[in-house]
Unconditional design. Structure first.
Length: 192
């Protein structure tokens, strides 16, 4: 009797795990959001400052996504609002933009783990680093890894802007003039 009961419990647990893993392999759409840490191309130089106050360059992102599956491969277009914070010589500057990454990925271990990469297109709404007439369009790339538990997803990604924003700030600050946004992004997603 105990063996039959244990077998039924094991079968139900395996079925629940399969259903949970299979939920992320189906296509669909959802919402996402999370935190991002911006470094403006100086991660190794900024690493020691992170220990002092890790919230200095902390921002956030909110958005929507779609997911189209073709076997273990998937396409995931997104539309996000991103708020970036840059700390330059004790002055905090904010950048707001709309981001549209188009990610191509592969599901591993069923759909429990995924890896992805792709281009990201940016439209700048406001940029305190450049408070003059500037090009509002830019592009970059993202790559990362995701963990999928049913309709919930957690991913960690790296993003870098391809075309550097040349900012002549030598007259204002004593820093470098080439600011290429690069950020680490931790996101949580919910697929409907």
């Amino acid at each position: 009797m105990k063996t039959a009961f244990k077998s039924i419990i094991l079968l139900l647990a395996l079925t629940a795990f399969y259903q949970s893993a299979h939920a992320q392999t189906r296509g669909g759409f959802g919402i996402k959001g999370g935190l991002n840490y911006n470094s403006n191309g100086q991660y190794f130089k900024d690493a020691e400052a992170i220990w002092g106050d890790p919230r200095e360059n902390l921002g956030y992102h909110l958005g929507i996504f779609g997911k189209v599956n073709a076997g273990p491969v998937f396409l995931r277009p997104e539309m996000n609002y991103t708020n970036l914070t840059s700390q330059v010589n004790q002055v905090k500057l904010t950048t707001q933009r709309l981001d549209a990454p188009i990610l191509l990925g592969v599901n591993l271990l069923g759909s429990l783990v995924s890896v992805f990469a792709g281009p990201s297109f940016h439209y700048y709404l406001e940029d305190e680093l450049r408070n003059f007439d500037y090009e509002k369009y830019n592009s970059g790339y993202q790559f990362g890894v995701g963990l999928n538990l049913g309709n919930l997803g957690l991913d960690l990604r790296y993003e870098r802007v391809l075309d550097g924003q040349r900012v002549d700030i030598d007259n204002v600050f004593t820093g470098a003039g080439d600011f290429r946004f690069q950020q680490l992004m931790l996101g949580l997603s919910l697929k409907f």
